[in-house]
Design a protein around this ligand. Structure first.
Ligand SMILES: [Zn+2]
Length: 281
């Protein structure tokens, strides 16, 4: 994700506002007086972001006055598009990191990863602006990490994590089909916290159930027919085909960490009980 995002120069962004003809003298002056503090705050963000320590940011950045905060808010609202930053960000990324569905650029929003209500310092900081679908942006809103285990995966700093499959699904041995979500074993403890925080802060669990139910509904009858004619082996071969068909390599630009089809077909394939027993009358 966002391989070119680092090319957005943060001092260039502030200078853009300072030099824009429509910005009042008073606001330009206000920006000039906080510019070096903001640039230092941006460095803190980058450093702690790379370390996955966003919970420490609050204690290490400058205090922004209410009037400077509203100046930054106004500039963000009025000039972000004109500055070209919005376009640069969207030219890098078209998938919402929350729900991970593709979406049309025009209908998408930018989420302040560290919420602007608590961190006005990062109103216009490109690395804090994450293309997000409107729904996920509304739900996530003001999630603030207070301790190490509260950190969310950041799409720009946790690229490696966004290149791994996150989900494991486990089939329960009951009929009608029941399953639960888990996190894949190969993730580190730290990454597991991040993934769980992600699922919670975007309220994704219910959505995941709805989608997996519909994937199963689409295949249920076919699987039953196959079981009736070809038995367990046929079912397994068919599921393997579905599993392979839904696999997307982390190297592909279509890769998403929450690949529900893949996680679900993998779970069915691994379940001897499902392949042997589920369709027995
Ligand atoms: Zn979304």
């Amino acid at each position: 994700m966002n391989n070119n995002i680092y090319s957005l120069q943060e001092d260039r962004v502030i200078d853009y506002y300072i030099n824009s003809p429509g910005v009042s003298k008073a606001k330009k002056q206000a920006l000039r007086s906080i510019k070096s503090a903001l640039l230092s705050d941006f460095r803190v963000y980058k450093l702690l972001g790379q370390l996955g320590q966003f919970h420490q940011v609050a204690s290490k950045i400058s205090t922004i006055s209410e009037s400077d905060s509203s100046t930054l808010e106004l500039l963000y609202g009025s000039y972000l598009s004109k500055s070209g930053v919005r376009k640069d960000i969207f030219s890098n990324e078209l998938i919402c990191p929350g729900c991970q569905y593709s979406y049309a650029t025009l209908r998408s929003t930018l989420d302040h990863f560290l919420p602007s209500s608590n961190y006005p310092n990062f109103y216009v900081f490109p690395l804090n602006l994450i293309p997000t679908c409107g729904d996920c942006n509304r739900i996530k809103n003001d999630v603030i990490p207070m301790s190490k285990n509260d950190n969310l995966p950041h799409p720009y700093f946790d690229k490696k994590l966004f290149n791994k499959h996150w989900l494991k699904i486990e089939i329960s041995q009951v009929s009608p089909l029941k399953y639960s979500f888990n996190v894949r074993d190969e993730l580190s403890t730290n990454d597991i916290y991040k993934v769980l925080n992600h699922l919670i802060s975007y309220e994704l669990e219910d959505t995941l159930f709805v989608h997996v139910d519909s994937i199963f509904e689409q295949n249920d009858e076919d699987l039953k027919d196959i079981f009736d004619t070809c038995g367990e082996r046929g079912v397994r071969e068919y599921i393997l085909m579905l599993k392979q068909g839904s696999y997307i390599s982390p190297a592909s630009e279509n890769f998403v960490p929450l690949n529900l089809e893949y996680a679900f077909f993998d779970a069915l394939y691994q379940s001897d009980w499902f392949c042997n027993q589920y369709y027995m009358d």
